[in-house]
Design a protein around this ligand. Structure first.
Ligand SMILES: NC(=O)c1ccc[n+]([C@@H]2O[C@H](COP(=O)([O-])OP(=O)(O)OC[C@H]3O[C@@H](n4cnc5c(N)ncnc54)[C@H](OP(=O)(O)O)[C@@H]3O)[C@@H](O)[C@H]2O)c1
Length: 166
């Protein structure tokens, strides 16, 4: 699979990078080059850039052509989500957005939380922005612009629109 990780060298994403290298993916990482890559592989393509520079980011992603999968590990702002949707719509097989469990109300009605749990009181600005990013990706999915998919919990995979929660 031709897979792009936005990030890929960080705390969480390093493990994903390792697994995809082991799986033999045609792996591309997009990051600024500030965080050392702790995966020893000469098969990874690294693209340097800052995704907050939306115009350049979108040009760089467009230059990659069709992608089987994009794993977005560093999207924290709705403007970044909108930019990713512009960059990827119509040419990505699967888009995985790394969200946060903080989008859900702190005192959940019951555990484990499901993706249908109330999200009307996200915990702080970080969570509110993550929740808005989720909405933008879900809207793009509903329009047919971006197959948006994730998984969470005990290995269940219920719908194409699931989010990845950490
Ligand atoms: N860490 C947690 O406890 C936690 C908990 C819940 C959810 N999450 C979510 O998990 C995701 C990843 O968290 P993490 O802390 O483990 O991060 P991470 O995977 O360490 O992410 C950092 C990666 O993104 C790159 N990066 C950072 N800013 C960038 C930018 N502006 N443009 C391009 N690349 C950039 C970094 O490389 P460079 O520095 O070289 O650019 C590095 O590869 C986030 O979406 C976060 O909301 C994390």
């Amino acid at each position: 699979m031709k897979t792009l990780i936005i990030g890929g060298s960080g705390l969480i994403s390093t493990a994903i990078t390792r697994q995809l290298v082991d799986r033999g993916d045609d792996l591309i990482l997009y990051n600024r080059g500030r965080t050392p890559l702790r995966v020893d592989s000469d098969t990874i393509t690294v693209i340097r850039g800052d995704r907050t520079d939306a115009a350049r980011f979108e040009d760089q992603l467009a230059a990659l052509g069709p992608l089987d999968s994009v794993i977005d590990m560093v999207c924290f702002d709705p403007a970044e989500a909108a930019s990713a949707i512009r960059a990827c719509q119509g040419r990505v097989g699967q888009y995985i957005f790394c969200s946060s469990v903080t989008v859900y109300n702190k005192a959940g009605a019951g555990y484990p939380l499901t993706e249908d749990a109330p999200r009307d009181h996200p915990v702080g600005d970080y969570a509110a922005k993550k929740a808005r990013c989720e909405e933008l990706f879900l809207e793009a999915h509903a329009r047919g612009d971006l197959p948006f998919m994730g998984r969470y919990g005990g290995g269940t995979r219920k719908r194409m629109s699931q989010r990845t929660l950490l």
